[in-house]
Design a protein around this ligand. Structure first.
Ligand code: THU
Length: 133
């Protein structure tokens, strides 16, 4: 399910949840903390933060942590995902995360923010055209 858009209040709530989750980021290598919050059709919000590893390739992004939490709780119907980082421009999900997300929600609403309060909104299919599925 993909709604056309969220209300301003829903968007703010999702961004706030992502910002809160970001505080738990484990990023001792990049020092780039990311938080994510995934809204499901049931109305629940699953959050995630990036978790790095001394073996850098074992790192998992905030977005995939949120998806893994939702799917493992039995939810696969996603409406929107907020991502927040301390970046000069609102950061968009990396390529691996886009592919991970498209599996469940090709039309997913992406709400990308930074700590300065800048927000960019888009659809996953704009960010991953001609996706492999
Ligand atoms: N990262 C995320 O968590 N999400 C993104 O969308 C981009 C990158 C993390 C991975 C790594 O821990 C750090 O940010 C730097 O790449």
């Amino acid at each position: 399910m993909a709604e056309e858009h969220l209300t301003a209040a829903q968007q703010a709530e999702l961004l706030q949840a992502a910002e809160e989750a970001r505080k738990n980021a484990y990023a001792p290598y990049s020092h780039y903390q990311v938080g994510a919050a995934l809204l499901t059709a049931s109305g629940r919000i699953y959050t995630g933060c990036n978790i790095e590893n001394a073996s850098y390739g074992a790192t998992i992004c905030a977005e995939r942590v949120a998806v893994a939490k939702a799917v493992s709780a039995g939810e696969k119907d996603f409406v929107a995902l907020a991502v927040v980082a301390d970046s000069t421009q609102p950061g968009s999900p990396c390529g691996i995360c886009r592919q991970f997300l498209v599996e469940f929600a090709p039309q997913l609403l992406l709400i990308m923010g930074n700590l300065q309060g800048q927000v960019k909104v888009g659809r996953l299919d704009q960010y991953l055209p001609s996706a492999f599925n």
